[in-house]
Design a protein around this ligand. Structure first.
Ligand code: CU
Ligand code: ZN
Length: 176
């Protein structure tokens, strides 16, 4: 088994890397959001890609506090309030409860936690459930959509927001 395990792990790594590269193809990019913290500092960039009928959110973070942070799509593209509550609740067109570990979940806007290094860096990528023809009109609806980062981790089950604490960064998606 020991001799088999390594080549299989290598193949899995190769598959993941191949996938990430495909989504970095700028011709598939359909939107972006510049993320700002509460002091107005630039703390990263979120990009939306539409490929093979699905939508992927990829985020590069810089200058966030180290540790585990929740990341969500929030229903209103408005980061104007100092505490970012203007972005509203999670993007949830299906009327579900919050969290991938919640039997009544999840919201369309529920994304995986990101691990931020001591240097303040981190990346997160997630393919949203549903076809892009359904998902993109939800993201680019009349009042838009924001990507919000929280102070703490999402427990993936506590309705309505994963017990993730206050909002520390926010960015509004624009279409491209
Ligand atoms: Cu959130
Ligand atoms: Zn949620």
């Amino acid at each position: 088994m020991q001799r088999l395990a390594l080549p299989i792990a290598s193949l899995a790594l190769f598959a993941v890397a191949g996938c990430a590269t495909a989504y970095e193809d700028s011709s598939d990019q359909v939107g972006s959001a510049t993320l700002s913290d509460r002091s107005g500092n630039d703390v990263g960039m979120a990009r939306l890609y539409a490929q093979d009928g699905e939508v992927t959110v990829s985020v590069d973070f810089t200058g966030l506090s180290a540790g585990t942070h929740a990341v969500h799509l929030h229903m209103t593209g408005d980061c104007s309030a100092p505490d970012f509550t203007s972005a509203g609740g999670h993007l949830n067109p299906s009327g579900n409860e919050h969290g991938t570990l919640n039997p009544q979940g999840a919201h369309l806007g529920d994304l995986p936690n990101v691990e931020i290094s001591t240097a303040g860096m981190g990346t997160m990528s997630h393919t949203l459930s549903g076809q892009s023809t359904m998902v993109l009109p939800q993201i680019f609806d009349a009042d838009g959509t924001a990507l919000v980062v929280h102070e703490g981790a999402d427990d993936y089950r506590t309705d309505p927001a994963g017990a993730a604490g206050s909002r520390v960064a926010c960015g509004v998606f624009s279409r491209m």
